[in-house]
Design a protein around this ligand. Structure first.
Ligand SMILES: Nc1ncnc2c1ncn2[C@@H]1O[C@H](COP(=O)(O)OP(=O)(O)OP(=O)(O)O)[C@@H](O)[C@H]1O
Length: 346
């Protein structure tokens, strides 16, 4: 490796308010929970911290509100060593807020109030991508799509690797989302996000997406239904779905499959990566650790399957600990798990 990978994250910062619950409430129901916690989060900030802990040099660009949460978020990621010069304060906006419920088996449900994140404009995003010497740009969908598009276009013009974690799930692939996807080199989605994009792909005429055989398959051998907002995942397996999603633009696509690992597709074909067996405590942060690890490894020239294996190790370690940023593993932890040391020894 020729020094640390330099990564730019243009994305969200949220304060996470987390309550542990014995089960996730039904509509109209109140469930009495246990401990509550207030911790720094937001997919952008989480992935920035994850990448930093995994050894990258990271610059974050985003917006917080003019309030105490905003100051706390900026301080939290600065304390991790992330460059926060591009994290600005939006006047007249509250800091983004995420309400998280975590079930005892680690599964979660989340509602986000975007606040200042929604005010991040395309000019700021474009300037961010044009103003550094990073090798890769890492984006998520907790900021406006036109900001992502502006950053991605500029990053691509500069020859950077453009990575998009299409989370939270896009509700529709409208013209702007379609344009963004065509600017992306590496797309990372979980099962629900993959299902939503796949459905959109199949609805578009002449998409070339494989047909549905009438069986309500999950993304991976029928283990999970892959349902998000009523959308049924139609593919037979994650690798086939990843391959189909390449027709949206990204050359490389990786689908995360929770406790079943990940699947992907690239110019060299499709692959599956098994999950590392761990005791799940809290799934929050797994996706963020995975995305950061994958982006760094691919930016560093690692093959996609090997990068996905490393990312699975990072994701597995994140589920063994509570919280979002607090649960993110360090490079040495990932190296140890890849070398066969059981998770939790560190
Ligand atoms: N229970 C688990 N055991 C082992 N590895 C896991 C487990 N859950 C997640 N992972 C790892 O983390 C990766 C990301 O997890 P997942 O597919 O749940 O993403 P996500 O839905 O984006 O997560 P998040 O809940 O953080 O938003 C998986 O591909 C897998 O490698």
């Amino acid at each position: 490796m020729s020094g640390p990978v330099r990564l730019l994250v243009v994305g969200s910062l949220n304060m996470d308010l987390t309550v542990t619950v014995p089960r996730l409430p039904e509509c109209g129901e109140t469930v009495l929970g246990g401990d509550a916690a207030r911790t720094p989060g937001g997919k952008g900030a989480n992935q920035a911290v994850a990448a930093r802990r995994l050894g990258a040099e990271v610059r974050m660009v985003g917006l917080v509100g003019d309030d105490v949460f905003g100051d706390q978020l900026r301080e939290a990621i600065a304390a991790e060593g992330v460059d926060v010069a591009g994290v600005e304060t939006a006047a007249d906006a509250a800091t983004g807020l995420a309400m998280i419920m975590v079930r005892s088996d680690g599964e979660n449900a989340i509602a986000v109030a975007p606040g200042a994140n929604a005010a991040l404009g395309p000019d700021t995003a474009r300037d961010a991508a044009g103003g550094g010497a990073e090798k890769a740009l890492l984006l998520q969908l907790e900021i406006p799509v036109d900001a992502c598009e502006a950053a991605a276009a500029e990053a691509r013009r500069r020859g950077m690797l453009v990575v998009l974690n299409a989370a939270p799930s896009p509700r529709a692939v409208d013209a702007r989302m379609a344009r963004l996807l065509r600017l992306v080199d590496l797309l990372i989605v979980n099962e629900g996000e993959a299902a939503a994009l796949y459905q959109a792909l199949r609805r578009s005429p002449g998409s070339g997406a494989p047909g549905h055989d009438g069986v309500h398959d999950g993304l991976h051998d029928g283990v999970h239904a892959g349902v998000q907002d009523g959308v049924q995942a139609p593919g037979r397996d994650g690798a086939a779905v990843a391959e189909a999603l390449r027709s949206l633009g990204p050359d490389r696509v990786v689908v995360t499959l929770g406790a079943d690992g990940a699947a992907g597709a690239g110019p060299d074909g499709t692959f599956r990566v098994a999950a590392f067996p761990v005791t799940a405590v809290d799934a929050v942060g797994a996706g963020d650790a995975f995305c950061a690890a994958l982006a760094i490894a691919v930016a560093d020239g690692t093959s996609l399957p090997a990068a996905a294996r490393r990312a699975c190790a990072a994701g597995a370690l994140a589920v063994t600990r509570r919280g979002a940023q607090g649960s993110l593993p360090r490079a040495a932890d990932v190296d140890a798990l890849l070398a066969g040391e059981p998770a939790g020894r560190r």
